[in-house]
Design a protein around this ligand. Sequence first.
Ligand SMILES: [Zn+2]
Length: 666
Amino acid sequence: MQSRWNEKQAKALGDDPLALRVYTSRLMGNDPFLVMHGGGNTSVKVTDTDFFGDPVDILYVKGSGWDLATIEPQGFAPVRLDVLKRLATFETLADSDMVRVQKSAMLDPSAPGPSVEAILHGILPFRFVDHTHADAVVALSNTPDGEARIRELYGDSVLIVPYIMPGFVLARYIYEMTRDLTADDWKRVDGMVLMSHGVFTFHDDGRKSYERMIEMVDAAEKRLQAGGAWSAPRIADDKAPSFDPATLAAIRKQVGELRGFPVHARLDDSAEARGFVDRSDAADIATRGPLTPDHVIRTKRVPVILDGSSPALDAYAESYQSYFDDHNDGTLSRLDPAPRWGLWKDGREAYGTLAFGRSIKETQIISDIVGHTRRAIQWAEHLGGWTALPARDIFEVEYWELEQLKLKKAGSVPALQGKVAWVTGAASGIGKAVTEMLLERGAAVVGLDLDPAIESLGDSNPAALGLVCDVTQSQALEDALARTVKRFGGLDILVSNAGIFPAGATIEDLDDEAWDRSMEINLTSHRRALKTTIPVLRHGFDPSVVIVGSKNVPAPGPGAAAYSAAKAGLTQLARVAALELGTDGIRVNVLHPNGVFDTALWTDEVLAARAEKYGVTVEQYKTNNVLGTEVSSKDVAKAVCALADRDFAATTGAQIPVDGGNDRVI
Ligand SMILES: [Zn+2]
């Protein structure tokens, strides 16, 4: 591990200690071997002036809900230092009192709540305090003779603290442990290792505090390298085996049912993930406990082991219930019994590790933590055995109100959160509008299109995935489905929209090729999309298929035989699908849009020519419907989202116009 300190960047900060605090916090936050997703915390002590202009000693400590990687000055909670120091002198302190007193001691009551480690930061007699759960140090401590290893590595320059639950009890323990240390004694202390938890470093100089952290972690990493542990994680060398998308979709469904809402599942089939799952002792070493207790609120204590059977999830839920019953003091209510990650294999085939999250962000966080945990477990195994904390200690943190608060962010959950949608023909027009609106409403969306531009769909949004796909090719659809399920775990919404509008021709003039092409794309490709996705949709959450038809079905026009006949066939296909899939709970409905002029098809020239043909203005032409309204691709997208959501939970086999009202149909 190397210092990321950049003299030029640091100089530009001037001499504002909070700016320096933000800077080195971010340096740590951006190294996942040090800090992951909201883990760790930092502080700086400054003398500020209060409202009355009087000087006051303040601890700026990381605020709850902030991530060191992206923290800003306003992410630090300003708490009066004397109050924190005084709290440490109490024999006991209830969490609720700690939170209340800390809050009332804040210079700015609108700042975020201070970290649960605020008191500990307050009593350490240095301006800068840095705390991480660095993989290498924690892994070394999570071995049978962990304390001896840590002592041997750092000598007497570090304080070693046995595992104590974070929060007041830990602060109090360290207060007692260090209260007799003189200033000279402290000068000889480089840092503090908290067994099975993490590392603290401190210094009056912000750079030195940061670099001590790097040095301590670097020493631990070098020790792992020297002992051969660093390269111990097993790497599978063969190609990832193909998996049955329906099996993974069924796993995801069951996890979501245990959790109480739709979840995503992400398969990590990297060589490292498969290597771990493929170990003969994988089920044993993976279920001893998390890397650091802080992870439990993200990952739960243990993963589920899936070896070709789904009853594993029932057994997981039962064993979670026993774990709860064993440790509940009678006052707690059980959290959901769903696993957050799993090892997935089937006989001799190791597929990889799975992460289950309510949102894309949660899934990513879990997936990252799992990657680091897998590695740390194997390091420790190489050193004689991975020893995690007893279940009781993990339970205490999992059910600690202050930890659970970290997960509770303000704001409501988007309507389609956790859902996964497919949109064919997603690069332009209606498909594009549908894709954007589904994403807005919280769904993960896989957009399929022939246009290579679709590949940029996921560039700035991890909830989106753009795949070039020829929907007339069954194999291409199957490949796209496998990629969808690997990334998101299943499929709940199919928006079958891909289509072409052939040039107008009377039946007499229509050539066979134009007819066949319209049938292939406007009809047969939809059948292929259904056939490919049904086995996975069957395991979807409230699965819904929306077929984009056309007003040409109920109201055909001359010169559009190839288009109208294909769309009429498509509508009939959807009706049969509704009949066949109803028992699986899959709803199938058809939208018949008309006059959607805000798509690439309708250039200004085409519009002008059409209007002229009918002897009206462009405006009149666009609003030529019963409501006299202009229909946009967004109107179609809204109708798709409504059909995909619970609003139409009791509707299947319906044909709904989105056309402003057509007097030929009404
Ligand atoms: Zn910690």
